[in-house]
Design a binder for this molecule. Structure first.
Ligand SMILES: *[C@@H]1O[C@H](CO)[C@@H](O)[C@H](O)[C@H]1NC(C)=O
Ligand SMILES: *[C@@H]1O[C@H](CO)[C@@H](O)[C@H](O)[C@H]1NC(C)=O
Ligand SMILES: *[C@@H]1O[C@H](CO)[C@@H](O)[C@H](O)[C@H]1NC(C)=O
Ligand SMILES: *[C@@H]1O[C@H](CO)[C@@H](O)[C@H](O)[C@H]1NC(C)=O
Length: 360
């Protein structure tokens, strides 16, 4: 019943696409999607940039499906097998909106058994370094604020004070020197609508958990030895590692300010800071879809980089390491029944030729 409703909605959506674009043949697209979904669930793979997606698609672990992609709503959904697992890969672009929209599109159009999300992030905790790959168990959207009025007449009861605030006055130089009319911003809950709950009834959430079983499976990734050198003479200052941590946070703000980064760390104990993961985590939570985010640490907010942790020099390494980690993770997740036809074997391709220079 529910699935027939979803299918009718998809058909409607596709008719809308067709009416907007001559390029799409609606019945074909509907039939194609139906065919793709009939063969069994895919694992959804959200990646932040095209160069990261290319690194995965052109790696020796990826074998394209007969229909190797579908373009819908200016998104390309790449289809194939990654480490023997049926996957659909889509480039999200950056930011909360792109990440959320892409996640929902993926879930709406395809039958999935889970979503893995890859991208770059800033370092929230001094214990970690450029090049490390971090997997957090919880994500929060920290960009939803109530900006408090300065002076008398403050509205009360319209927002929560449960989560906490940032007080601009505390950051004056010299410290606490004077008042600041920017006053305080209070962090607010997201409203989450749950696919298994009644419609139009939102739950308030701040921390969203990733999939417990994916997070548990990711423990084995910590044993992977990552590549730390781009050539014989240039290596990261510390050998990179894969670590599972407790928390990460996201907002539509690229944070390159040490004071605010320190505030986020002290307030929320976040190891990793990005512009995407919390949005995808919220959409997955809303759809009861297993989710895990894998983040390459690519900059230290508010701090200068030295030769041995320069994100531009090491961006290539980052992608190569990420491909290894994503593949290993896929082999660790409970496998689906094998595809009816075994995927063809692809010749070896050198992974090191794919690089990206985008920041998170
Ligand atoms: C998330 O996980 C933590 C720790 O496992 C648990 O205490 C908490 O209740 C979970 N939160 C939700 C919303 O399920
Ligand atoms: C190693 O890479 C660095 C950074 O790209 C470069 O400056 C250096 O010349 C390279 N060294 C060798 C031996 O290729
Ligand atoms: C803070 O995060 C670190 C790293 O993930 C974790 O080991 C620690 O238990 C967390 N502390 C608290 C109080 O949650
Ligand atoms: C951000 O934080 C650092 C370190 O506390 C401070 O020196 C800097 O002036 C702040 N502002 C900007 C715009 O970076």
């Amino acid at each position: 019943m529910a699935s027939s409703v979803i299918i009718s909605c998809i058909v409607l959506v596709l008719f809308l696409i067709a009416s907007q674009s001559e390029a799409h043949n609606t019945p074909d697209l509907v039939a194609q999607l139906k065919g793709i979904n009939e063969v069994g669930p895919h694992l959804g793979l959200l990646v932040q940039t095209k160069s990261q997606a290319d690194a995965i698609i052109k790696s020796r672990h990826f074998v394209p499906a007969d229909c190797d992609y579908i373009d819908i709503f200016a998104r390309r959904f790449h289809l194939g097998w990654l480490s023997q697992r049926r996957v659909v890969i889509v480039v999200t672009g950056t930011g909360i909106l792109n990440s959320g929209v892409c996640t929902q599109l993926l879930i709406t159009l395809f039958t999935l058994d889970g979503i893995i999300h890859y991208g770059r992030a800033g370092i929230g905790n001094r214990l970690y370094n450029i090049g490390d790959i971090v997997i957090a168990s919880q994500w929060a959207h920290v960009g939803l604020w109530h900006w408090q009025r300065y002076g008398p007449g403050e509205q009360t009861g319209k927002y929560t004070k449960d989560i906490g605030y940032l007080d601009f006055h505390s950051y004056s130089v010299p410290i606490h020197f004077c008042e600041n009319t920017l006053n305080k911003v209070w962090f607010q809950y997201e409203q989450l609508f749950n696919v298994n709950g009644p419609p139009e009834v939102a739950k308030q959430v701040f921390w969203v958990n990733v999939s417990k079983s994916y997070y548990a499976a990711a423990k084995e990734l910590e044993d992977i030895t990552l590549e730390g050198c781009i050539n014989r003479t240039t290596c990261l200052s510390k050998p990179p590692k894969v670590v599972r941590v407790k928390r990460g946070c996201s907002s539509n703000t690229y944070i390159d300010n040490l004071s605010y980064k320190n505030f986020l760390y002290l307030k929320f104990n976040v190891t990793v800071i990005d512009k995407d993961s919390a949005a995808a985590a919220l959409v997955c939570e809303s759809n009861a879809m297993p989710y895990l985010s894998i983040r390459s640490l690519s900059n230290r907010p508010g701090e200068a980089s030295s030769k041995n942790n320069d994100p531009v020099i090491f961006s290539r390494l980052e992608t190569v390491n990420a491909v290894v980690v994503i593949n290993k993770l896929i082999t660790l997740l409970a496998p689906e029944p094998l595809p009816p036809v075994p995927p063809p074997v692809k010749p070896l391709v050198d992974e090191t030729e794919f690089a990206g220079h985008d920041f998170w």
